[in-house]
Design a protein around this ligand. Structure first.
Ligand code: IPM
Ligand code: MG
Length: 364
C-alpha cells in the first residue's frame, strides 16, 4: 500500500466569498494563494446572504459539508442591508455564527500590528502606535452570542422585553485560556485577561479559571483588566499589551477598536481555530455593502488572513512570511487603498492592490 506523505498531500481550500466586498477581497487573496501553492485544490461555496439567495439558508448544508472536509477555509464577509427584514435565523450573520459553532472554532486570533509605513494612517499619534504588535484572543463559540435563554417576549407588565444570557462554563474558559497562554509563550510572555468581574458573575468565573489555568504556565505573566478600562488603555497606551484574552462579546468590540490603531479596519486579519488548529480565516471587518463592487475595498486584511492560514493551519510559516513581506514592500512603495490613503501616496483599487502584492511576493 502506498503511504501518503502528509506533507505532500494536496491541500483542500474552501473559499466562502460571502456578501458585499467579500467576493472581491477573497479574489485577491486567492491569487496569492495560487501563486504560493500551485497544487492547492480550491473550491468555493456560498455563505451569508449569498447562501440565502442560493439555497434559502445562510449556511447551506452543502457549504457546511464542504467546510467539514476542507483543510482550511478562507472567508470574505457576510451581511447586507437587504436581508435586514428576514427572520433572524435566515440573516447572513447567522450563517457565520453557525459555521463557527458547528466547526467548534472557539479560538479567534486577531493580531493588530502596525506596518511602519502606515504610522500616519492611524488616528492616534505616531509615538503611541509606532511598532504596535498586539494579539487579541477572543473566545468565539460561547458567551452572550450563544447563551440560552434568549429572545423577545412580552413581560408581566405587558411590555416587549428583549433578553440574552451571558454564560461561560469552566471548560470553555480553560480551553481558550490554554490557547492564549500558549500563544503568549511564543511572544513576550505577557497575557492580560479582560473581564467585567466586578459586575458579571459569568466573568467572575472567567477570572477565577484564568488564575487556575495560569498555574500551568509559570513562565507567562498574567494580569487582569476590566473591559471598560481595557477599552481606554487600548487608545491611551496600546503598546503596554502583548496578548489579550477575552470573551466573545468583549473581544468583538475590543478588536474593532484595536483595528483603528493599525490605520484601518481593512488591515485586521483573523483566524478562527478549532482544537486541532483547523481554521476559518477571515478579515475582522464587515461586508461594507456601500462600497461593494466598486473596486474600493482594501484586500490586505484578507491577504493577511491567508498568511495566518499558512502559519496556523498549514504549518508553512515561510509562506506566511513571504506574504507579510510582500505587503510591507507594497506599502513602502507608496501604494494605498482609499481607507489608508495619505498625501504622498498613490491610490489604487482592490484589484490593483492584489496584483501589486502578488508582484512583490517573489521579488526580494
Ligand atoms: C466579527 C463580526 C461578527 C461578530 C458578526 C458579523 C456576526 O462582527 O467577526 O467581529 O459579531 O462576531
Ligand atoms: Mg465584529
Amino acid at each position: 500500500m502506498v503511504k501518503i506523505n502528509e506533507t505532500n498531500k494536496k491541500m483542500n481550500l474552501l473559499t466562502l466569498p460571502g456578501d458585499g466586498i467579500g467576493p472581491e477581497i477573497v479574489r485577491q487573496a486567492t491569487k496569492i494563494i495560487k501563486a504560493l501553492s500551485p497544487d492547492i485544490i480550491i473550491d468555493s461555496a456560498p455563505i451569508g446572504g449569498a447562501g440565502y439567495d442560493a439555497d434559502g439558508d445562510p449556511l447551506p448544508k452543502t457549504t457546511l459539508d464542504k467546510a467539514v472536509k476542507a483543510d482550511a477555509i478562507l472567508m470574505g464577509s457576510v451581511g447586507d442591508w437587504k436581508y435586514d427584514k428576514l427572520p433572524r435565523e435566515k440573516r447572513p450573520e447567522r450563517g457565520l455564527l453557525r459555521i463557527r459553532s458547528e466547526l467548534e472554532l472557539f479560538a479567534n486570533l486577531r493580531p493588530a500590528m502596525l506596518f511602519d509605513d502606515l504610522v500616519n494612517a492611524s488616528s492616534l499619534k505616531p509615538e503611541i502606535v509606532s511598532g504596535l504588535d498586539i494579539l487579541i484572543v477572543r473566545e468565539l463559540t460561547g458567551d452572550i452570542y450563544f447563551g440560552e435563554p434568549r429572545g423577545i417576549h412580552r413581560n408581566n407588565k405587558d411590555q416587549r422585553e428583549g433578553f440574552n444570557t451571558m454564560r461561560y462554563s469552566e471548560n470553555e474558559i480553560r480551553r481558550i485560556g490554554d490557547v492564549a497562554f500558549q500563544l503568549a509563550r511564543l511572544r513576550k510572555r505577557r497575557l492580560c485577561s479582560v473581564d467585567k468581574a466586578n459586575v458579571l458573575e459569568a466573568t467572575e468565573l472567567w477570572r477565577e479559571v484564568m488564575i487556575e489555568t495560569s498555574q500551568d504556565y509559570p513562565d507567562v505573566t498574567l494580569s487582569h483588566m476590566y473591559v471598560d478600562n481595557a477599552a481606554m488603555q487600548l487608545v491611551k497606551d496600546p503598546k503596554q499589551f502583548d496578548v489579550l484574552v477575552t470573551g466573545n462579546i468583549f473581544g468583538d468590540i475590543l478588536s474593532d477598536e484595536a483595528s483603528m490603531l493599525t490605520g484601518s479596519i481593512g488591515m485586521l486579519p483573523s483566524a478562527s481555530l478549532d482544537k486541532n488548529n483547523k481554521g476559518l480565516f477571515e478579515p475582522s471587518h464587515g461586508s461594507a455593502p456601500d462600497i461593494a463592487g466598486k473596486d474600493l475595498a482594501n484586500p490586505i486584511a484578507t491577504i493577511m488572513s491567508a498568511a495566518m492560514m499558512y502559519k496556523y493551519s498549514l504549518n508553512q510559516s515561510d509562506k506566511s512570511d513571504l506574504i507579510e513581506k510582500a505587503i510591507e514592500k507594497t506599502l513602502a512603495q507608496g501604494f494605498r487603498t482609499k481607507d489608508i490613503m495619505s498625501k504622498q501616496s498613490i491610490e489604487v483599487g482592490c484589484e490593483e492592490m492584489g496584483d501589486l502584492i502578488l508582484g512583490n511576493l517573489f521579488n526580494e
